[in-house]
Ligand binder design. Structure first.
Ligand code: SAH
Length: 214
């Protein structure tokens, strides 16, 4: 899996602007047991560099994309991160090993429950999870050094931009929910100015409840 990620970094290096990810990110990718996060019927493919179904019409993301989005956040050991779209909990586990605290929100209660008990069982103990719509973020614990959205949004949710710390980074796929999207990096500088960069075409499942905000 690690070699596959490294190869894909080479293929995409002009788009992502680098030819290697942070070694800390790669070391966490190689030490995290992805087999614990995929359904039993897909165990054979657990370490392939591809997405897999996790039930309820959702997917565990492709390892290269997990590594890319994590790398884009430029996490430090004292950072607090918000994740929208817990899904299997795999991305959550990766983040939790690179920062101080991860808050994660999942829309589908059954997936949220499975991920919560899985992460606890595996001993990732700096994660707090919530079931609900992540569109509005989690204001109680804001501001965040990093925010990651792992479902396709039609636009950048303003509440998430507001919950970023100055110097913070938001990584989010934006575009048509049932086709391809562009992975965006939203940076808030020290003065609160927002800078947005488009990184790469990606395909994510849709962010639910964007209009209702409930
Ligand atoms: N990072 C996860 C990706 C799961 S797919 C993994 O690798 O396993 C995206 C997830 O986002 C799905 O579980 C979906 O239910 C969830 N989701 C969709 N809309 C959401 C919303 N508004 N708030 C929180 N989670 C949402």
């Amino acid at each position: 899996m690690i070699e596959d990620i490294e190869r894909e970094v080479q293929y995409t290096r002009r788009m992502i602007g680098k030819d290697a990810f942070d070694p800390k990110v790669m070391s966490v990718m190689s030490n995290t047991p992805r087999n614990e996060f995929v359904p039993k019927s897909y165990l054979d493919a657990a370490f392939d560099n591809g997405p897999l179904p996790i039930g309820h019409g959702q997917t565990i993301s492709q390892p290269y994309i997990v590594a890319l989005m994590t790398d884009m956040l430029e996490l430090e050991a004292d950072h607090t991160v918000l994740e929208i779209g817990t899904g299997s909990g795999y991305q959550t586990a990766i983040l939790s090993q690179l920062c101080n605290k991860v808050y994660t929100i999942e829309y589908i209660p059954a997936l949220a429950d499975i991920a919560r008990s899985r992460l606890q069982k595996l001993g990732y103990d700096n994660i707090e999870s919530m079931t609900g719509n992540g569109y509005n973020g989690w204001p109680e614990h804001a501001p965040y050094n990093g925010i990651i959205v792992t479902a396709a949004a039609s636009h950048i949710p303003q509440p998430l931009v507001e919950q970023l710390k100055p110097g913070g980074r938001l990584v989010i796929p934006v575009g048509s929910p049932h086709l391809y999207q562009e992975l965006m990096l939203v940076e808030k500088d020290k003065d609160g100015e927002i800078n947005i960069q488009q990184i790469l075409s990606v395909a994510f499942v849709p962010l639910q409840g964007e209009r209702m905000n409930i």
